[in-house]
Design a protein around this ligand. Structure first.
Ligand code: PMP
Length: 459
């Protein structure tokens, strides 16, 4: 065994995916909204990493379910067997889903789930003899995952750039729905949503609707923009256009789904049902890696009666321990009424954010739904000018917040220069009002310290 301590710098560590060159804290414990390092320091986990830990850390019910499943069987390949937690989790999800979503496919995370959704959509077209439908329309400033297919759909320029031309798949990108940045002066929300929908349809007609397979979008944009929901009416118009042109609507709810917005599925607030819903993070709440793809009954019927059999597959699909963990997480959320709690506490969280940060000259926008909130930082509130991307403000905020015992998820400074720095907050659904207030307090101090350290000041 190695002699060097666990708290290692990068040169000492043999782990390639280590986030930082410094000596990072070693995570040794978790309780509720708090993570604990090996020196006993406690960190308020106000972002669940990236919107993962919706149930908080250390829930004994999930632990017990994982252990019970391990005592039965850890792994049995789905090519030969089904397993009880997978079947029961599928029942639970399809019962919670919009009408007409009876079938679900389980994978190991968000990117795999997006890949599977795209392949299922394509298979649906192939089985119907609609061979020309290959093109995906997605949105700029989106994030759909890190594997090459998911990255092809991703609109975040910085994340795609190193992998061009591998990610130049048959994908075109249209504008995101981001009222704070792109709604025209004097334009109403309704007018803005209608304008974007018309732009989408124009793109569809330019591409040739018979060549377009699917439209892929995050109902609330997470990592790239920081909790940006669409304006009212936008997704209804998109749904109608997709239906009229035979284009499948795939919603990426990997980050915003599973209760995070105060609804089990984020699209409930938009009043629509897509054809495919993709979910991951909150599904297993970090207790096990798991993602899922829910498909409409019509898609399931075409695939189950088709010639090919399901053409997407991974060794760990429907992994019994992962499914047992996710089932226990979702049962705990249901038994504790946590989605309703997020819906009720969401406005409280928003009020605390506005009271704590709203008057600061560098806060341009506070947005989001439920326990999924974003704060956009600007150099000038009037012009909405972002801070210079090269200043690295968001990275400094992450560092300063961590030093103050706060885990948040800042991002920004995208190379396309279209958005500024933002901070994403996605606390566990069990966070108390005091914990939310403390997170905001620590975040304010961290932003002030980061602005001072980077030499930036609000106008
Ligand atoms: N889609 C969205 C909206 C995401 O936020 C993420 C992860 N940040 C992914 C897909 C990819 O998920 P994973 O990291 O689990 O592969």
């Amino acid at each position: 065994m190695s002699e060097i301590p666990l708290r290692r710098n990068r040169a000492q560590s043999r782990v390639l995916h280590r986030a930082s060159a410094a000596e990072p804290a070693v995570a040794v414990g978790g309780e509720g909204c708090w993570l604990i390092d090996q020196d006993g320091r406690r960190y308020l986990d106000a972002s669940g990493g990236a919107a993962v830990s919706c149930l908080g850390h250390g829930d004994p019910r999930v632990r017990a379910a994982i252990l019970a499943q391990l005592d039965r069987v850890a792994f049995a390949h789905t090519g030969f067997f089904t397993n009880e937690p997978m079947e029961r989790l599928a029942d639970l999800l399809s019962e919670a889903a919009p009408e007409g979503f009876g079938k679900v496919c389980f994978v190991s995370g968000g990117s795999e789930a997006i890949e599977s959704a795209l392949k299922i959509a394509r298979q649906h077209a192939v089985e119907r003899g609609d061979l020309a439908r290959t093109r995906v329309i997605a949105r700029r400033q989106s994030y759909h995952g890190n594997t090459l297919g998911a990255l092809s759909a991703t609109g975040n320029v910085g994340r795609r750039r190193p992998f061009l031309p591998w990610v130049m798949g048959d994908v075109v990108h249209v504008a995101p729905c981001h009222a704070y940045r792109y709604r025209l002066p004097g334009e109403s929300d309704t007018g803005y949503g209608a304008r974007l929908a018309a732009e989408f349809e124009r793109e569809l007609l330019i591409q040739g609707p018979e060549t377009v397979l699917a439209f892929l979008a995050e109902p609330v944009v997470g990592a790239t923009l920081g909790a940006v929901p669409a304006v009212e009416g936008y997704f209804k118009a998109i749904r109608e256009i997709c239906t009229r042109h035979g284009v499948l609507l795939i919603l990426d709810e990997v980050m915003c789904g599973m209760g995070r917005t105060g609804h089990t599925f984020a699209c409930e607030a938009d009043g629509i049902a897509p054809d495919i819903i993709v979910m991951a993070k909150g599904l297993g709440a970090g207790y096990q890696p798991i993602g899922a793809v829910l498909v409409s009954d019509e898609i399931a019927r075409v695939i189950e009666t088709g010639r090919l059999g399901l053409t997407t597959g991974h060794t760990y699909m429907g992994h019994p321990v992962a499914c047992a963990a996710a089932l226990a997480v979702q049962e705990a959320i249901r038994d504790d009424g946590l989605v309703a709690r997020v819906r009720e506490m969401g406005p409280v969280f928003e009020r605390l954010l506005r009271e704590g940060l709203g008057d600061r000259p560098y806060v341009g926008d506070i947005r989001g739904r439920g326990f999924f909130r974003g704060i956009e930082l600007v150099a000038d509130r009037e012009s909405k000018a972002p801070f210079p991307a090269g200043a690295g403000l968001w990275k400094k905020i992450k560092e300063e917040a961590f030093a103050r015992g706060l885990i948040c998820y800042p991002g920004g400074g995208t190379v396309d220069g279209l958005s500024g720095d933002h901070v994403l907050l996605a606390p566990p659904f069990i966070a108390t009002e005091e914990e939310l207030a403390l997170a905001i307090d620590r975040l304010g101090a961290a932003i002030d310290a980061a602005l001072a350290a980077t030499g930036l000041a609000a106008a």
